[in-house]
Design a protein around this ligand. Sequence first.
Ligand code: MRU
Length: 371
Amino acid sequence: MQVNGFPHTTLWYDPTQQGVFIIDQTLLPHRFEIISLTRLEDFCHAIRNMQVRGAPLIGVTAAYGLAMALAHDPSPINEAYAAEQLLATRPTAVNLRWAIERVRATVAQHDGAQRGAIALQEAEKIRREDILNGEAIGQHGLTLLQRIYHQHPDRPLNILTHCNAGWLAAVDWGTALAPIYKAYHAGLPVHVWVDETRPRNQGASLTAWELQQQGIPHTVIVDNTGGHLMQHGQVDLCLVGSDRTTASGDVCNKIGTYLKALAAADNQVPFYVALPSSTIDWSIDNGIDEIPIEQRHSKEVTHISGMDQDGVIRELRLVEQSPAVNYAFDVTPARLVSGLITEHGVFSATPASLAALQQKLAAALHTNKTV
Ligand code: MRU
């Protein structure tokens, strides 16, 4: 996607500098800075403190973190240590575990010093696939958006999104915003309602920034506005991402997603979730009982940061003395989800439909292994 008119991705490896480069997302939208990660601690710090965030990007970063750790020390002891450290950074997005398991499975077939190079190759493969998956999600979602737009071709298509599930949450394209980028380039008049997404404001700080950079019409709203807009026919569909989706179609995403899904159901507004298949946790069925929900520091609730009139980024206290709690994600039950837009097409949020996707993935894996 574009940053100040130039194409950019969120993360890349530079072999000449033997480092991974990322956009420090904690500084957006005020400052655009690239930082490099080389040591395992850098990767863990970047994920935990959300310099990189969003399920797909967390996965890619973890893959590189493990690969770089193996490039320094390819021993199985170091591999286990690095994997454990990375897994402990953030608990909810399953892409983290998925990426680490994938790199570990690849290096398991090799010995000695070559394990570092093999791991780096696998991390690069995961990165490239992430871009292709985002684009494929965009293409499948475009067909859906075109269909919904043609129900009211007299006005722009109004899409409500929560948190940031755009290219900043992946390597490029993103998940929920990928169909919007495709639709915009296909000439569909789109307008995006951007939930600010307290407490960390990924909507106001990241989604609004990336939509503005691509020239896509959008409006930032406070998190409680969606229901009102839906009651007044101003939302044609909700489109969000996912950090973990169960084999039965329950969707875990940024806190507040569930309330949007409830409002959407009450107002017959379609509620779609876009995700790469690496976000599906095939080992669980019940999202409410089984998905670990990250609890972050209460300071993210009691304080807020922004730029003052002198251009200085400052943190302000909103709450005096009262305790606060900060659940980062919630679970939207499958019954409230109209469909799951994946890189392999749109699936119903049902066990049977997802089992068909799982078969498709197994067949694709088999074909890749035999060619
Ligand atoms: O806490 P974050 O910023 O990592 O949360 C991100 C989200 O909730 C996204 O919606 C989700 O990861 C899907 S990203 C394509």
